[in-house]
Design a protein around this ligand. Structure first.
Ligand code: PEP
Length: 249
């Protein structure tokens, strides 16, 4: 059976109170479905609340939006994988385009974050994707290959088999400009080829992210290459998110 993943990136929205009321409402609207897994990535301050609120649902995991690679120490403002695990988190986004392009995160830093998560037995959801000038210059595949290879050369194939990958073209994030399903699927095939070249066993789930909405989710998920979606803006409202999840299932 084909497995589907629906991941909600709340970005800097939903404090603990809002996260708890979201969870209550969402659970009224959406029940577990075989083969479908949901992820929520709340802000760090809401992680423990969300993990507890969704705790009765084996089909739901909660993760952090970012981590630092050290376990503890004088790193003001940072959150370690150890702390994420302590809050009930099961993974984290790594290399989200806002981390890369707003906060200047490098490929080398994403590698350290992925390794630190794996060491803590947490699941990294590695985000890769090109900026608009890179797409226009025909460099999409090169950018995605570079971002993915940076990580795959530093971890074992067994560790790589546990990754989740999200292809998120930067020009599509938060812009309302979604990639055409066939164009996204083409980049997903590049990602699968790189995984294959690195001899990663099994089928690593590859999600698409960037302006996913109720209007386009079914079309995207109709592509065999697209195993799920990572959604920002359209995941913030429980009823809206439940409809998107239902429409894509
Ligand atoms: C994201 O933040 O990962 C994202 C895809 O955002 P949006 O759905 O708002 O484009």
């Amino acid at each position: 059976m084909r497995r589907r993943i629906f991941a909600a990136n709340w970005k800097m929205h939903h404090d603990p109170l809002a996260a708890a009321s979201f969870a209550l409402r969402f659970e009224e609207l959406s029940s577990p479905v075989e083969g479908r897994h949901l992820w929520f990535f709340p802000p760090a301050v809401s992680l423990a609340t969300a993990a507890e609120a969704f705790g009765r649902r084996p089909d739901i995991s909660v993760g952090a939006q970012n981590v630092y690679w050290e376990a503890k120490g004088a790193f003001t403002g940072e959150t370690s994988p150890l702390m994420v695990a302590g809050c009930g988190g099961r993974g984290a986004l790594v290399g989200h385009s806002e981390r890369r392009h707003v906060f200047g995160e490098t490929d080398a830093e994403t590698v350290k974050k992925v390794k630190a998560l794996i060491a803590q037995r947490l699941i990294p959801m590695l985000c890769v994707g090109e900026k608009l000038p890179e797409r226009e210059a025909g460099h999409t595949a090169d950018v995605v290959r570079r971002q993915l290879r940076a990580v795959l050369t530093e971890i074992t194939v067994t560790e790589a088999a546990e990754l989740l990958v999200a292809y998120e073209p930067v020009w599509a994030i938060g812009t309302g400009r979604v990639a055409q399903p066939q164009d996204a699927a083409e980049v997903h095939r590049v990602i699968r080829t790189v995984l294959h070249e690195h001899r990663v066993p099994g089928r690593v789930p590859v999600l698409y992210g960037g302006s996913v909405s109720l209007a386009n989710v079914a079309g995207l998920l109709a592509e065999d290459e697209i195993d799920g979606v990572l959604v920002g803006g359209a995941s913030l409202d429980p009823a809206g998110w439940a409809s998107i999840v239902a429409a894509g299932t």
